[in-house]
Design a protein around this ligand. Structure first.
Ligand SMILES: Cc1cc2nc3c(=O)[nH]c(=O)nc-3n(C[C@H](O)[C@H](O)[C@H](O)COP(=O)(O)O)c2cc1C
Length: 379
């Protein structure tokens, strides 16, 4: 059986502006793994299908990073990183250097998708200038960073825009006017109902959505100094949470937005799934729940770019096992099985035990609570 890992860069149907073919659906997400030409080139050489560059703005001089700016949450038994927090800002590199990087990367890697991630203040001319400069440097499309949860919102940027559906519409429409290239709006999960900013972006002309950015968090407290982490000069601030722990939240939001897209006539738009992709299994879950492409940021930070080899081989193996020749053959397949809780009950509304468990809450015992918890867990 021939297995085809290619996927359309943006848009599931041919009516949309770009039908660039990607060699695989795997994109390095905006952040340290795409922070300059050297890191992006390394990713492309290893085999990633695309990269969203680290977010840029017109004026890099306002960007002042601190260190330490990362924090890790470990699982108790295995010392694996399950959660990761950062208080990193957008790129501190001048735009002129970035434009050179874009030109050179497109020359060197013409078959890879290069997306500029952009962020600006609430001023149409600033967004237009940034878009047009990047477009002239040859990028394939744009990701609008409407979602960075720390630092930038204090300047009314990032999540401060993404949390307001009207602003999402306004800014997306500005960019839509400025370029014919595909636009993905990158959404913040730090909202009550993610379908609202999602629909605003689509109504304003975004081809796609990238979701999610990080979740506002406090990664922990140092029990010696009693200071929250990461501590900079004795103080800390809320940061953005990523890695494996955020995947279930992102998968839930993906399905909510996929359904809203169906309902509101945007079924031909695409979603780039992001959050906690560390191996092929994670990525396949995103595809099964409707994502067209999958991004990973903390994954390559912790494992290196070579993780792409397991992503592609794991995906090919999964497709072979199920007899899927293309990604479209199973994209979104698992959404149909997510339903209301009441549908999990029997026809008469009676309880439904798909695997043996406790018949009633009377049976919980103080001595066996951990094994009893196991008996009713799916994994
Ligand atoms: C250190 C760090 C820096 C990041 N910087 C950016 C950024 O500049 N722009 C952006 O859109 N997202 C940024 N992100 C968010 C990631 O692109 C991604 O949305 C998020 O981390 C969840 O995916 P992951 O679990 O694969 O990391 C950053 C994430 C990390 C960990």
């Amino acid at each position: 059986m021939t297995i085809d890992l290619t996927t359309k860069f943006s848009g599931l149907s041919s009516g949309l502006r770009s039908n660039i073919q990607m060699i695989n659906p795997f994109i390095v997400g905006s952040g340290p793994p795409t922070t300059n030409r050297a890191t992006i080139a390394k990713a492309f050489r290893e085999g990633w299908g695309g990269a969203v560059a680290k977010t840029i703005s017109l004026d890099h001089e306002k960007v002042k990073n601190v260190s330490p700016r990362y924090g890790k949450l470990y699982s108790r038994e295995h010392h694996d990183v399950v959660g990761f927090e950062n208080i990193e800002l957008i790129s501190d590199r001048p735009l002129s250097l970035w434009l050179d990087d874009f030109r050179q990367l497109k020359r060197e890697f013409p078959d890879r998708v290069l997306i500029a991630s952009i962020m600006e203040e609430h001023a149409e001319e600033r967004w237009r200038e940034l878009v047009q400069k990047c477009e002239a440097a040859g990028v394939d499309g744009f990701e609008l960073n409407l979602s960075c949860p720390h630092g930038l919102p204090e300047r009314k940027m990032g999540a401060a825009m993404g949390q307001d559906p009207q602003l999402v519409h306004e800014v997306t429409a500005w960019v839509r006017k400025a370029t014919p290239k595909p636009i993905w709006a990158k959404l913040t999960p730090n909202v009550g109902d993610i379908t609202m900013p999602a629909l605003s972006a689509l109504k304003a002309g975004a081809e796609g959505l990238s979701m999610i950015n990080t979740i506002l968090s406090v990664i922990g407290v140092d029990l010696t100094t009693l200071r929250p982490l990461p501590t900079v000069g004795g103080l800390s601030t809320f940061g953005g949470y990523s890695s494996i722990a955020v995947k279930p939240i992102s998968l839930r939001m993906l399905v909510q937005v996929m359904r809203a897209m169906q309902e509101h006539g945007f079924a031909d738009r695409s979603i780039s799934g992001i959050g906690g992709v560390t191996c092929a299994r994670d990525a396949i879950e995103y595809l099964l729940l409707g994502a067209s492409t999958v991004q990973a940021c903390t994954g390559p930070m912790l494992q290196g770019f070579a993780m792409i080899h397991e992503l592609t081989s794991g995906l090919a193996k999964f497709m072979e096992q199920h007899g899927f020749q293309s990604i479209d053959a199973f994209r979104g397949h698992s959404i149909q099985y997510l339903t209301r809780f009441s549908h999990l009950l029997g026809e008469e509304g009676e309880t439904n035990h798909a695997q043996p468990g406790l018949a009633s809450d009377d049976q919980w015992s103080g001595d066996k609570i951990n094994s009893q918890t196991g008996s009713m867990s799916s994994n």
